[in-house]
Design a protein around this ligand. Structure first.
Ligand code: ADE
Length: 872
């Protein structure tokens, strides 16, 4: 039930953005959460038809609200509701006066006016400009109308409309959810119209903006950027339910605005502490549209104070490869403000936004009394209001007798009480058990007090294995990824604190079969690797890739005394690398697509280059930024050293390097089809439909073949005792023949930044792919790679359409990790992808076994997957 609540709340607010499809909860007319005092009217016929009787499906008083006298076509009578807080309103339901079959009045039409501040009233119009909403046709059916666009408001007036003289009465319910952004207005330059030869005219104005337009500037209102509707990738394609192509976007052309940026101001209901801003932005670069290059925001603490001098600035990573529209998340560094002013700098001719949302916490208590929006008692779509059945836009049905209404209230109360009890019991258990068991660890992670301590001042995490005989100590011999607390720096101290953790660590550590950086835990499998040094003789070094993430754990014998001279891979003359385009960018460098003149001859026969057919040799060149720190340079050289040892058809191949002068470069084979995540995301599962319509597709056999290849590459890495640490579809590349090669270019850290959890702005962790012991103990082994492989399989069979645990926030993922550790059946597993054969899902589930002994080895995974895909 708790999960249900969790999901219900998160469903309305997926990844911090409101989702109108799920924001459809009754706001409290029927069940009384909207109090009588907050329901007023311009007039009432009798005391017994006052506004307090305007509750849907209720039969109190004379059965409805009825304005005084007969309604003339020119009359404006209204029922007014104060929702006590800003609400994202998506649906209105109305009923007439049934009054146990004695009523005869209803509103055939009505319109809405709303106000966020109680002063300025705005008439609602649908996207076609009409104010009129079709109402009831009898006294008893409730008619449910979706609001397109939705309304963000606190006050609402329902105004019955009539063409002839009539008596009208109404009962109503509103549906929606709390407007957590708290944004009350934004201002911006007016959107412009795109006119390009060969393309339809594309007006990119804010067509539902409810503020003022003066001198080409919008101010004081909200509109398309907050309607929860995101635009399509190819905005020129017209959607049937839209008035014109590009309708969902607001867009501006560079240079017409002068300074090369668009300035927007955002006002909020109260002072808030801002974590981030998410901007849904188009990136159709082939049409001159790109996400913004950078943004700079200044903050104002109070309405009357000055703008603070220090801005928050954020530079995006531009992407010339993937034209998908995307959310760009701008960290706002927990700055407090009631207003923000942001300048979005152009990266191309056009900038087009369809949605802007803010993630913040309120640090000032609201002055009004508590909001009516308690957690939803039921979801509108799945369990419609009593006596209401939804058909398309309209719902009609007979009202139930009064007793039914009370029964539903009673059931509602009971459910709420049970829920409360469950929550209380859960909290007690949580405190007694979890707080004791995991003590500060998860709590501190949640509080974001975690810091990362890397063993030197560099970004390199050095994992030292003490030269002690086997089984002297069970402590993982490497540093924590999280420095949770000084006592947790010491794994033994952690174990003493967390006896269960200690047991499990012991159990997992002893379970064998996996490469892990622990001298005490040599398994037969590891010990018999004649070419690989025994762990007892090695220091383990983990590399944080220079351009981002590369974190193979390798025997240190391979990297000690590393100098440029030590690098055995051939030095290629850099002037023969001709830049073609940028493939990606990371914190410390960039990856470029280059033409390598004469590389085939340079490498000689047997070089791992694809057939050239007279075409130039294309390579991917990873280049260290000129201003990189010396630590970053060292790591880059180490990464080259490691990569030069890898030689497998399913691992990206290092071809040559340019390290005799700056900037340092490593040259790898170029993978024409980019990364697997993007590749699958842009495809559908093969069917007659995809064939008939020429839609890019993949078959289940293709997916299995991909899985086999990844398991094969990982089997190879495991055989060398390499721990990858960041296996995911984003780190698998595809060549022109769709061969998959595992890589780990830190570029993905930027393009897929939402896949990584940032700790105090320093380390980034792919928590959704990480085994529980990696998150809680900082323990990375081949067994944790197996866990990540399970998640990678899951990604493959969901065609990368969804992020793992997409309904959970990062914090909830970490909490779930604690549940995996406790293993009491409360952990949330990824669910079986619809495309996935059940036996394959069982294999995935085994990868997520709590005890590492229960996880399959890559060898077994490879064998098992081959039986699914016999032609691999
Ligand atoms: N992006 C990063 N590395 C790449 C490669 N080797 N080929 C294609 N795209 C890449």
């Amino acid at each position: 039930m708790l999960l249900y609540l969790l999901l219900a709340i998160s469903l309305t607010n997926v990844n911090g953005q409101i989702d109108p499809a799920h924001c459809r909860y009754p706001l409290g007319m029927e069940d009384g959460r909207i109090k009588n005092d907050d329901i007023t009217a311009s007039s009432q016929w009798y005391e017994t038809t006052g506004p307090q009787y305007a509750r849907l499906n209720r039969e109190e008083g004379d059965g409805a609200w009825c304005p005084a006298g007969q309604l003339q076509p020119s009359d404006v009578q209204y029922l007014q509701l104060d929702l006590r807080q800003l609400v994202f309103l998506t649906v209105v339901a109305t009923q007439g006066r049934y009054a146990r079959n004695s009523g005869n009045e209803f509103a055939r039409k009505y319109r809405l006016e709303y106000s966020r501040d109680g002063h300025r009233w705005i008439s609602w119009r649908n996207r076609f400009g009409s104010e009129i909403i079709m109402g009831n046709i009898n006294t008893y059916d409730s008619v449910v109308r979706d609001l397109h666009p939705p309304i963000i408001t606190r006050f609402l007036r329902l105004i019955p409309v009539t063409d002839a003289v009539h008596t009208v009465c109404m009962r109503v319910e509103l549906f929606g959810c709390a407007w957590q952004d708290g944004l009350t207005a934004y201002s911006s330059p007016e959107g412009q119209t795109m006119m390009a030869p060969g393309y339809p005219i594309t007006p990119l104005n804010d067509s539902t903006y409810d503020g003022a337009l003066e001198r080409r500037k919008l101010s004081g209102g909200l509109g398309q950027l907050t309607d929860g509707v995101i635009g399509q990738d190819d905005f020129v394609q017209r959607r049937q339910d839209r008035l014109w192509p590009g309708y969902d976007y607001v867009g501006w052309r560079n240079n017409t605005l002068g300074p090369g940026y668009v300035e927007m101001e955002f006002q909020f209901d109260r002072q808030r502490n801002f974590t981030s801003m998410k901007v849904h932005s188009n990136n159709m670069f082939s049409r001159g549209v790109k996400i913004f290059a950078s943004v700079s925001c200044v903050f104002k603490l109070h309405l009357i104070s000055e703008w603070e001098a220090e801005p928050v600035e954020f530079h995006t990573v531009l992407d010339d490869r993937n034209p998908s529209a995307r959310y760009v998340t701008v960290p706002l560094k927990h700055r407090s403000a009631t207003a923000l002013r942001c300048r979005f700098y152009f990266a191309d001719t056009w900038m087009m936004f369809s949605e802007i949302s803010f993630q913040s916490a309120t640090n000032v208590l609201p002055t009004q009394r508590p909001p009516v929006l308690t957690p939803p008692s039921y979801e509108f779509n799945s369990k419609a209001p009593q006596t209401t059945q939804k058909t398309e836009d309209q719902t009609t049905s007979k009202p139930g007798p009064l007793e039914e209404g009370s029964t539903s209230i009673l059931i509602g109360c009971l459910v709420t009480i049970i829920l409360l009890l469950v929550v209380i019991i859960f909290l007690i258990l949580w405190c007694q058990y979890v707080c004791k068991v995991l003590e500060k660890a998860p709590r501190r992670i949640l509080e974001e007090e975690v810091t990362v301590r890397l063993s030197s001042s560099s970004d390199t995490i050095i994992l030292q294995t003490p030269p002690v005989p086997p089984r002297v100590s069970l402590d993982p011999p490497y540093e924590r990824i999280f420095l949770l607390d000084p006592q947790y720096q010491d794994p033994a101290a952690l174990r003493n604190k967390l006896p269960e953790l200690s047991q499990s660590a012991e159990a997992s550590a002893c379970s064998g079969g996996y490469a892990e950086p622990d001298v005490t835990l040599c398994t037969p499998h590891q010990c018999f690797q004649s070419s690989v040094p025994h762990y007892a003789e090695t220091d383990i070094i983990s590399l944080q890739g220079v351009t981002g993430s590369n974190m193979y754990a390798v025997p240190a014998l391979t990297v000690d005394s590393l100098t440029r001279k030590d690098i055995s891979v051939a030095e290629f003359p850099r002037e023969r690398l001709l830049f073609r385009e940028k493939l990606g960018e990371g914190q410390f460098g960039e990856v470029h697509l280059c033409e390598a003149e004469g590389l085939a001859e340079f490498l000689g026969e047997g070089a791992p280059l694809p057939e050239q057919d007279g075409r130039p040799v294309l390579v991917a060149v990873k280049q260290l930024r000129a201003d990189a720190t010396s630590n970053a340079r060292n790591d880059f050289l180490k990464e080259i050293k490691i990569m030069s040892r890898l030689n497998n058809p399913n691992i990206i191949q290092l071809l040559c390097v340019c390290v005799s002068s700056d900037p340092l470069c490593m040259v790898t084979e170029y993978m024409e089809n980019g990364d697997l995540n993007m590749f699958l995301c842009q495809r559908e599962i093969e069917s007659t439909l995809t064939h008939a319509n020429n839609i890019p597709s993949v078959s289940i056999a293709d997916l299995l073949h991909m899985s086999v290849q990844i398991s094969s590459g990982m089997k190879y890495l495991a055989s060398l005792n390499f721990v990858h640490r960041d296996l995911a579809t984003r780190n698998c590349l595809l060549d022109r023949h769709l061969t998959i090669k595992i890589s780990d270019f830190g570029m993905s850290r930027n393009l897929y930044s939402s896949d990584y959890y940032r700790i105090q702005g320093r380390a980034v962790l792919p928590i959704r792919w990480m085994a529980w012991e990696s998150i809680l103990l900082g323990k990375f082994t081949t067994a944790s790679d197996v866990w990540a492989f399970g998640v990678t399989l899951w990604e493959i069979f969901t065609l990368c359409k969804e992020q793992p645990y997409s309904l959970l926030s990062d914090e909830q993922v970490i909490e779930n990790t604690g549940e995996f550790f406790r293993n009491q059946g409360r952990q949330i597993f990824l669910s079986a992808p619809p495309l996935c054969p059940s036996s394959l899902f069982e294999l995935m589930m085994r990868c997520w076994s709590r005890d590492i002994a229960d996880r399959p080895t890559f060898h077994r995974l490879y064998q098992a997957l081959r039986t699914f895909a016999p032609h691999s």
